[in-house]
Design a protein around this ligand. Structure first.
Ligand SMILES: Cc1cc2nc3c(=O)[nH]c(=O)nc-3n(C[C@H](O)[C@H](O)[C@H](O)COP(=O)(O)OP(=O)(O)OC[C@H]3O[C@@H](n4cnc5c(N)ncnc54)[C@H](O)[C@@H]3O)c2cc1C
Length: 434
């Protein structure tokens, strides 16, 4: 008989690493849940192609994988610093915002303590219903490794934490296979393929666009860089204290208790905390770069505000963008060696993975504990992390409430497992301890 996992987690980014921690800390000596995580990357890495040298966290290190749920956890960022022998040095930095490199190292340090619970290098491509007596009792999770080999595993519960997928503007979709056009999520990898690029366009006006601009403008070889945006200017992200309360864990309850119109209004009202905005200090750095260029009367760097990309054409000499300057209603065509799309992420990829289950999942609504509402004859629990912004608020796609959220999901999973834990006869040799 095929082994049945209590839980399969898809993805092993911060959300599911935090879940592994929460489950570990919540069992209080009881039998562990048999949890397995499946991660498509060959090893742990947090947005590896945006690990830019100057980039730092946009959230306090206290919103790490554990502190807000359990400040005494051994998985806190403070304990990581202690174990690495850098705690006092970090204090001397007088900063709440570690570099992204350091936070990636912290996350990898935490993930490394659950090595046995994660299968790296496998991409889940499908989840199927497994029926017993006409009702769906289990899920069959199908994944593929780099060599094309397909694995199938059974689970009672699923936690889908797969992050976002690159949002590609319509006009660029036909150039998906053109290596000269790529999304910010693969920036460092794909930019490295174009060491000779002399003219580069960045499309977007958010944090990633701003970071990439700073990275490119300072590169050896001094490429010409156009920062192309619809907006009139790059706007600062609002992280002032009263506004920042929308990222408090208890704001999730408030958001969830509202009707759909009010929720949408809240997302809109506070969108400038996260979308199409950048850190103020980064904006100031960019302003200084343009100021210095004015002093030297240079033209290498351009900020093309209020510009729409009207059409895109790939040719042997480069990628040609037709740009409309909306200010003066004038079109121009510009040739680039590379185009970086800093155009954000979509968060509905779970619907593709769960497509075979769609008849049981209605509108993909979740309850307060992130569990998808299912038909009565569908018994497995499916939880979503990072795809519940509409119902749970802006913090859902960020790290803000990750530790608290995984505590809530952990409680729900452990509560559901209790009766079964007493009765189940399981193949312990295959159980993965979490
Ligand atoms: C460059 C960048 C910087 C950021 N900085 C911050 C910040 O400072 N503060 C903050 O709060 N938020 C930040 N964010 C937001 C970010 O979403 C969170 O920090 C965090 O990464 C969310 O964790 P996650 O595990 O939900 O998603 P992800 O980190 O995206 O992890 C998802 C994981 O699932 C894996 N995966 C996806 N599909 C499959 C599949 N089918 N099968 C197997 N594995 C799969 C991916 O490989 C990935 O490892 C940043 C985002 C980006 C892009």
């Amino acid at each position: 008989m095929q082994h049945i996992h209590d839980l399969i987690g898809i993805g092993f980014g911060p959300s599911n690493v935090a879940l592994a921690i929460a489950l570990d800390e919540k069992r209080h000596g009881a039998k562990p849940l048999d949890a397995l995580f499946i991660e498509r990357q060959p090893s742990f890495a947090w947005h590896p192609h945006m690990l830019l040298d100057q980039a730092h966290m946009q959230i306090s290190f206290l919103k790490d994988l554990a502190t807000l749920r359990n400040p005494t956890s051994r998985f806190t960022f403070v304990n990581y610093l202690h174990e690495k022998g850098r705690l006092t040095d970090f204090i001397n930095l007088k900063s709440f915002f570690p570099s992204r490199h350091e936070f990636n190292d912290y996350l990898g340090w935490a993930a490394g303590q659950f090595e046995d619970a994660c299968r790296y290098g496998e991409e889940v491509f499908e989840v199927l219903p497994e029926k017993q007596g006409g009702e769906v009792s289990l899920l069959r999770v199908r994944s593929r490794d780099a060599g094309g080999r397909v694995q199938e595993r059974l689970a009672r519960n699923l936690v889908v934490s797969i992050g976002g997928v690159p949002n590609i503007p319509e006009g660029f979709k036909s150039l998906r296979d053109d290596a000269r056009v790529f999304h910010s999520s693969s920036y460092l990898k794909d930019m490295a393929r174009h060491p000779q690029a002399r003219r580069v366009a960045i499309v977007g006006a958010g944090q990633s666009a701003a970071e990439i601009f700073m990275d490119l403008q300072g590169r050896p070889g001094a490429p010409q860089v156009d920062l192309i945006m619809r907006a009139r200017s790059i706007r600062p992200s609002d992280d002032s204290p009263f506004v920042n309360e929308v990222f408090n864990a208890d704001f999730t309850d408030y958001m969830f208790s509202r009707d759909s119109d009010e929720r949408a209004a809240l997302l809109d009202e506070f969108s400038q905390t996260n979308y199409a905005v950048a850190d103020l200090d980064l904006i100031q750095q960019i302003y200084k770069v343009f100021y210095d260029q004015k002093v030297t009367r240079g033209t290498r760097l351009r900020m093309l505000r209020q510009h729409d990309v009207r059409s895109v054409r790939a040719a042997s000499d480069g990628v040609h963008l037709t740009l409309l300057d909306r200010d003066v209603q004038r079109e121009s065509s510009v040739r680039y060696d590379a185009v970086v799309l800093a155009t954000g992420y979509a968060r509905d990829q779970h619907k593709d993975l769960l497509l075979p289950l769609a008849p049981y999942l209605g509108d993909y609504d979740v309850d307060r504990y992130y569990r998808l509402k299912c038909a009565p004859d569908f018994h497995p629990g499916i939880y979503l992390q990072g795809a519940c912004e509409d119902s749970h608020g802006l913090s859902d796609t960020l790290l803000s409430v990750t530790s608290v959220r995984t505590g809530e999901i952990g409680n729900a999973l452990l509560a559901a497992a209790q009766p079964r834990a007493r009765n189940a006869v399981r193949d312990e040799s295959q159980a993965v301890r979490v």
